[in-house]
Ligand binder design. Structure first.
Ligand code: DOR
Ligand code: ZN
Length: 335
């Protein structure tokens, strides 16, 4: 069985910087036509100068692949209209992190509501710049995303023209509000379509599956699968592939993040085929995002075949999901 995907896009990707970038960038740039690049470096990307030079480093590390990194700024409440107008041609969106909620987010926002963030959100809405949100409160870990729903609703109501993307949704509640507001959209990761909290901590602790938001219940996973497999037009694939050195994952104090970029398309093909929805994969991994972002990626064809692939145990110093295991689909060509 074979499958061709046109210009797959990863709408939420961590590539990091330095030596790590040299490992990660070629893996995504080979398989994907474009990706939304997260800004949570240390320090975070908050100026155009940083953003332009980070993009240059990504393109250098990506070798000669046809791949467009769609850059993001780390949300700050002092971005004004003039700055954002200048930034707009260079960015795909702005990423809002609640302060301290995940990796490198200490410079995030303490209070998230439309009044506190009015200046920047009004300018973003007027300029049609998407707002990408890590939607978790600092409550009990399993309730954080559920508690954030009220914040999404308040923002969506008060900024009806602002495109709000609920990043890496993990709960049925998040799925349910998608249809209630025209301006809400969502990305869904591969790992949240596959695992629940049981896979992370139900038996021996599996650090390479530990991520933020933490994987939830079966009911939540089913709700995510339902919209992903049917390629609901308001959802798109965003891997949240988040590499950390092995020493930071297999540690007392494990960093959050699952590294999926090099296996994402193959495992998505496996999952969509298993559920009889292979026809919807193109929409989930590219077409929906093109419509939502109003963006046309570079032309790239990725050819997959249903033949076994043994996932490497590591890529550089990073352990991928399914390390050393057999998956059912392989990428056989890209052009
Ligand atoms: O698991 C995660 N890892 N979730 C995030 O939100 C951030 C990411 C990272 O940058 O490591
Ligand atoms: Zn992320």
């Amino acid at each position: 069985m074979q499958l061709t995907i046109n210009s797959p896009m990863d709408m939420h990707l961590h590539l990091r910087d330095g030596d790590m970038l040299k490992t990660t960038a070629p893996l995504s740039s080979h398989y994907f036509a474009a990706a939304i690049i997260m800004p949570n470096l240390t320090p975070p990307i908050t100026s155009l100068k940083q953003l332009v030079s980070y993009k240059k480093r990504i393109l250098e590390a990506a070798k000669d692949e046809l791949f467009e990194p769609l850059m993001t700024l780390f949300f700050k409440n002092d971005y004004d209209y003039a700055f954002l107008e200048k930034a707009k041609p260079s960015i795909g969106g702005i990423k809002l992190y609640p302060a301290g909620i995940t990796t490198n987010s200490s410079a995030g926002v303490a209070t998230i509501d439309s009044q506190s963030l009015k200046k920047t959100l009004t300018a973003m809405s007027d300029l049609d710049i998407p707002l990408l949100v890590h939607g978790e409160t600092n409550g009990f870990v399993m309730d954080r995303e559920r508690e954030f729903v009220a914040i999404y609703e308040e923002l969506a109501q008060n900024f009806p023209n602002l495109k709000i993307i609920m990043e890496h949704i993990t709960t049925k509640d998040s799925v349910d509000i998608l249809n209630r507001y025209d301006n809400l959209y969502a990305t869904i990761t591969l790992h949240h379509l596959l695992i629940t909290l049981d896979d992370v901590a139900g038996g021996k602790l599996r650090p390479h599956l530990f991520c933020k938001p933490i994987a939830k219940t079966n009911k939540d996973k089913e709700a995510l699968l339902n919209v992903a497999l049917s390629a609901h037009p308001k959802v798109m694939f965003g891997s949240d592939s988040a590499p950390h050195p092995r020493s930071e994952k297999e540690a007392c104090g494990c960093a959050a993040g699952v590294f999926t970029a090099p296996i994402a398309l193959q495992v998505l093909a496996q999952l969509f085929e298993k559920h009889g929805n292979l026809n919807n994969l193109q929409s989930f991994v590219s077409d929906n995002a093109q419509l939502i972002y109003g963006y046309t990626p570079p032309p790239k064809k990725v050819f997959l075949e249903k033949k076994p692939f043994i996932v490497p145990k590591t890529y550089g110093d990073v352990v991928p999901m399914y390390a050393g295991q057999k998956i059912e689909w392989s990428i056989v060509d890209v052009n």
